[in-house]
Ligand binder design. Sequence first.
Ligand code: HEM
Length: 500
Amino acid sequence: LLQVLCRGGWTSSPKNRRSAPPGPWPLPIVGNLLQLDSRPEKKFAELAKIYGPVMTLQLGCVRTVVISSAQAAREALQTHDLAFSGRTIPGTATAHSHDRLSVGWLPASSPTWRSLRRIMTLHVFAAKKLDSTRTLRRQILEDVVAGLRKSALSGFPVEIAETSFRAVCNFLSNVLLSTDLIKPNPEEEDSKDLISVMRSFIVELGKPNLADFFPFLKRIDANGRRRQAAVYYGQLLLMIDDLVNKRLQVREKPAGDLIARETDVLDSLLDIFEDKREETIGMEHIKVLIMDMFLASTDTISTTFEWAMAELLRHPDKLSRAQAELEQVSGRGNPIEESDIPRLPYLDAIIKETFRLHPTAPLLLPHKAEEETELCGFTVQKGAQVLINTWAICHDPSLWEDPGSFVPERFLGGPGPIGSIDIKGHNFELIPFGSGRRICPGLPLAMRMLPLMLGSMINCFDWKLPDGMKPREMNMEDVLGVTLRMAHPLRVVPFLCEPM
Ligand code: HEM
């Protein structure tokens, strides 16, 4: 019966069994689930040492192919980009039909997905668009620095992920909606605030869900994950609905009644909708796109920022080297300018090394084979889930010397391929944003925000661990939710910096 429910699981056809990638023998019903724990990327990496870089696992009912080498990732995401561009849909993503409206879950073959990607490329993340919001980023950064100066005077520790989460959220709400959605003071938040709802939603999305391994349970939502996700999702949509409706009212006023204002991303999206420039795009797609951009950017950027700060605090020599570079280029004590970034190779190396050691999305988002495909000499069945284990690739000792250590210097252009690696999806040794047609569309924004925030924080302040804690005593344990984040949020005390 289970075989039928799973629609052709492990033992579907003798032909497939012969040529499928190897993997551990699955138990009835649960398949290989019992071999996993809360850190699947690490278990997959261990199993790949036995079964190889292209491996089959049966996760409950879900046939899964796990890819664990740079070369196999290249073949999957470059050679067979289209074939593996589908998505398996988590149960929580079906709340309010999110999977049918969201760029993150629609299949890449759908015209709506193509329209949404085009809109993001041209109207949100194009270099010209990002250049035009430079002053806004600068303003928000100055606000963050001003807030931290107050903390520096009081001597209280600040939570790094919280600070950056709010900064990213604030920046996005200004660029997308020309609104400050974030209360200046965290204590003022109530439970319906954008930040708290988003946080709760992200936590919910990161919890394991039975229906993701036994899709026939999706309907009954046995552990209630979809119901809970639907509550937060509904609250977020209501907030965005409200903002969009207010904007529509403003746009309806005759031009003479309007106070001149800059147009923002929401205006561009509404223009596209009203002029019917993208046939398949309805108002609901626009609202969901705005929500997706908030959800996809805040956790990812703040997690990466937190890891980078933690590694620098653990390695004071590397922090000093970064500060010396910043002093030369930007002058000590100031937030840095975006135009400084290309002249800060060590800062860039720190960000790359942070992505390598602590990949934000260690398994990317789940891909799906849209058709039966030959991969590295094996047959991947149509419908199989395809996971790219970037954590395994980033910790592969055949690619990286001393892979468990934080060594930004490896990216400083020495001999060999690693020195000149970029993270834009061309070098499969390091693909924190993925690669191919499903590569993260927010990469250009993330790669402006991260150096800007990190550079400014270490250029404006000296940082100390609270309660006399020594760098070697820091707890660097990680935990996997939607992103791979620090299990114990980093708290540090800022000090107004002294000249070097
Ligand atoms: C440090 C920052 C970020 C990291 C590490 C990151 C990483 C990723 C990864 C790994 C994927 C999945 C790629 C795949 O499945 O192959 C993804 C998808 C996506 N990201 Fe990002 N991301 C970041 C920031 C952003 C930002 C700032 C935005 C937008 C404001 C964004 C929007 C999206 C969207 C919409 C998708 C889904 C694309 C699709 O499925 O077609 N991300 N991101």
